[in-house]
Design a binder for this molecule. Structure first.
Ligand SMILES: Cc1ncc(COP(=O)(O)O)c(C=O)c1O
Length: 427
């Protein structure tokens, strides 16, 4: 398959015609369990000596088709789908972190991820997060301790649309002998390929651009196959030391894709955040038009950002596609054709009061807590999606009192501009 271009892979990856029925569209395998051929087959599957389906908490044929497609599009060696994007970070970290370990995260990330890292990971699992400003890669280096097990960034951040210098951060992770995990949700594999720049693991909220129509929750962890878990076996015992329930060492038994196998055989088995087959089906459908949508999303976002930049009620616009953006050069390097997806913030001149009024005045833009829909969406992050953050964290993440976040859809750009114009004028 990988001899084909992205557009072809996004339509065909992981989905041959169904062998038993000839169905061209991937069937939704709405079954909790799968019949074993005999007792040996059952025992071999349970002991990871044979590949196949056991129980949908661990694996499912429709979800496996999506995993195959996502892994192909990202250039990975295997993927594991989850119930949501936050479940994906939970799953990815669970294989790497141990109680009392540290990790370093960009502070420019989705608010829900910030609170997961800051509060729940620490309280429930004893994983300590150190947040750093990602605009200076050396901040990651300075925050690494002998307990640090991973570095985490969003390739393009929510809500600010900050573009991270992936190569520099990856080099720091490599020097420290720890993996770099990249959330590629906002950029999508169509615009950015973090494995090409040294990332070891990619996470996604497939809820966003991948499913693309605001109808199915999901997440994914993709194994880049590039991290040498055996070399650092003492640091990463889940992959580099004998597993207590299977009589094997994952990195030895599955040298090509140990993390992907572990994430199913241990992660999903024990944490239980599997993706539903029906959601995987919708996400497979969505991905078939990802390349078309991301072109239109990005073109519309640029037109909207250019309009806002010259509007007399707008104080600033933060879109990496604009020449004025501090992230413009990084976007040209890391994003396909310098296209910058469709998530960005702008600030109103009237501060918080004006910002919330603009949100309320919008008619075509829907006021919802989501991104990556074909429909245009608008929200005031500081009082909603990023409200759990402390004041200094809000500022660091780009959720200022006057910030409005747009997720620009695929409608006619002139209609979107007219809607924002009336919302700003009447605020
Ligand atoms: C960049 C990013 N990562 C992860 C998530 C979490 O995804 P989910 O809502 O599917 O759990 C979000 C949600 O907005 C996000 O924007």
């Amino acid at each position: 398959m990988s001899e084909y271009q992205f557009e072809t892979l996004s339509v065909h990856g992981g989905t041959d015609p169904d062998k038993s029925t000839g169905a061209r569209s991937t069937p939704v395998h709405q079954s909790c369990a799968f019949v074993f051929k005999d007792s040996k087959h059952a025992a071999d599957l349970f002991h990871l000596k044979d590949e196949g389906f056991i129980y949908s908490r661990i694996n499912n044929p429709t979800v496996a088709a999506l995993e195959d497609r996502l892994s192909t599009l990202e250039g990975g060696v295997g993927a594991t789908c989850t119930a949501s994007g936050l479940a994906a970070s939970m799953l990815a970290f669970s294989a790497v972190m141990g109680t009392g370990d540290d990790f370093v995260s960009s502070c420019k990330i989705y608010g829900g991820t910030t609170s997961q890292f800051r509060d729940t990971f620490k309280r429930a699992f004893g994983w300590n997060c150190h947040f750093v400003d990602p605009t200076k890669a050396d901040n990651f280096k300075a925050a690494i301790t002998d307990k640090t097990k991973l570095l985490f960034v969003e390739s393009m951040s929510n809500p600010e649309g900050a573009v991270i210098d992936l190569e520099k951060v990856a080099r720091i992770a490599e020097d420290a002998g720890i993996p770099m995990i990249v959330d590629n949700t906002v950029a999508t594999p169509y615009l950015c390929n973090p494995f090409d720049y040294g990332a070891n693991v990619i996470t996604h909220s497939t809820t966003k651009y991948l499913s693309g129509h605001g109808q199915s929750m999901g997440g994914a962890v993709i194994d880049g196959g590039s991290f040498d878990w055996m070399k650092y076996a003492d640091k990463f015992p889940a992959l580099g030391k004998a597993d207590p329930s299977y009589d094997l060492v994952f990195a030895e038994a599955f040298p090509k894709n140990p993390l992907a196998v572990h994430n199913h055989a241990v992660g999903l088995r024990d944490l239980g955040m599997n993706q539903q087959a029906a959601n995987a089906y919708y996400t497979l459908l969505g991905i078939e038009t990802l390349h078309l949508r991301m072109e239109r999303h990005s073109a519309n976002a640029l037109k909207v950002a250019q309009f806002l930049e010259q509007h007399d009620k707008v104080a600033w616009v933060n879109y990496a596609g604009l020449k004025s953006s501090r992230y413009h050069d990084l976007a040209k390097k890391y994003m396909r054709g310098g296209q910058c997806s469709a998530l960005f913030t702008f600030g109103t001149k009237g501060g918080y009061e004006a910002a919330v009024k603009v949100v309320e005045n919008a008619r075509l833009f829907s006021h919802v807590a989501n991104i990556g829909d074909t429909k245009s969406l608008i929200i005031h992050p500081a009082s909603t999606t990023h409200s759990e953050l402390h004041d200094d964290q809000k500022i660091a993440a780009g959720a200022l009192p006057e910030s409005i976040r747009l997720s620009v859809g695929v409608e006619n750009a002139d209609d979107l501009i007219a809607d924002l114009d009336q919302a700003l004028k009447s605020a």
